[in-house]
Ligand binder design. Structure first.
Ligand code: NAD
Length: 283
């Protein structure tokens, strides 16, 4: 009997949006390690090329950087043509681009009587521009690449989509209402699309990373002056039963599992990778 493996991923073509980022590049490393061909489709072509070259050299896999804006269908179509030409037809899509922004973040966690005269620090001070940007990047930025990058899968009646959700999708975190709502919509969309595409051989799942210190949240969870955790960062660690932030590499197992044929009968689920955060009631 052959031992179970990820060998089915060898030679397949995977596109990962936002793959030049902190979490995305850890996922790319895992996928390259099993011989999958990878296109890092990122708005930052320079970093995408650099990450692709490093991982290609390390793993021996074919990894390329491709310029793509997940909010612009024409740019995604151009990227797809380039990927088809350089790597072949697309088998796997990971929707990794996403994130929060300070512009869509309230200054206070709750509106209290004592600061009722500073409404600009609360929900009432949120700028629609920031709110729209975060919602678009996370939701539309998953929807559009899925429309464009799954057409080869549809033709071949086989393929996999992996979305990237967040802990915010289950229970919103204070201060970041746009990001929380957008990630909740990712879970809902994952289920919807899984059902919609189940009969044509395309599986759709998601991972929900817990807390990882990365560029987008460093300003919230660390204290610039002391270099330690901010009170919010400490609260996260205290509410994570494993007592720590995750390392980007912690996402690798769940990623390979969900994109390989090993999970052939799994569609429409969201797997938390969170050190127990979502299981803990706080007491
Ligand atoms: P990151 O900021 O390090 O990487 C995001 C990448 O997306 C960057 O390379 C950036 O250039 C790219 N990008 C941004 N806008 C784009 C656009 N319009 N088109 C194409 N590419 C674009 O972020 P990360 O921390 O690695 O997060 C990756 C994913 O994981 C995101 O969806 C994020 O919401 C999610 N997530 C992160 C955490 C965390 O703790 N960092 C937790 C849960 C979920």
């Amino acid at each position: 009997m052959n031992p179970l493996s990820f060998n089915d991923l060898q030679g397949k073509v995977c596109v990962i949006t936002g793959g030049a980022g902190v979490l995305g590049s850890a996922m790319v490393k895992a996928i390259a390690s099993v011989g999958t061909k990878i296109a890092i489709a990122d708005i930052n072509k320079e970093v995408a090329d650099k990450v692709a070259a490093e991982i290609a050299a390390e793993s021996g896999a074919q990894v390329i950087g491709v310029e793509a804006n997940v909010l612009d269908k024409a740019s995604l179509e151009k990227a797809k043509a380039e990927i088809n030409e350089k790597l072949g037809e697309i088998d796997i899509l990971i929707n990794g681009a996403g994130g929060n922004s300070p512009q869509a973040t309230t200054k206070v966690e709750q509106l209290l009587e004592e600061n009722i005269d500073r409404l600009e620090d609360s929900f009432y001070g949120l700028e629609m521009e920031g709110f729209d940007k975060v919602f678009a990047l996370n939701f539309k930025g998953t929807l559009l690449p899925t429309m464009v990058f799954t057409t080869d899968m549809l033709k071949n009646r086989k393929g996999v989509v992996l979305n990237v959700s967040s802990m915010n999708s289950y229970k919103p975190l204070t201060k970041i209402p746009a990001y929380s709502a957008a990630k909740a919509s990712i879970n809902n969309f994952t289920e919807w699309l899984a059902v919609h595409l189940a009969k044509v051989g395309i599986r759709v799942n998601a991972i929900a990373p817990g807390f990882f210190i990365t560029n987008q949240n460093r300003f919230l969870v660390t204290d610039e002056k002391t270099g330690g955790y901010s009170p919010r960062g400490q609260k996260i660690v205290d509410n994570t039963p494993m007592g720590k932030f995750g390392e980007p590499e912690d996402l690798q197992g769940a990623t390979l599992f969900l994109i390989s044929d090993i999970s052939n009968f799994i569609t429409g689920i969201v797997i938390p990778v969170d050190g127990g955060y979502s299981a803990f009631g706080g007491v």
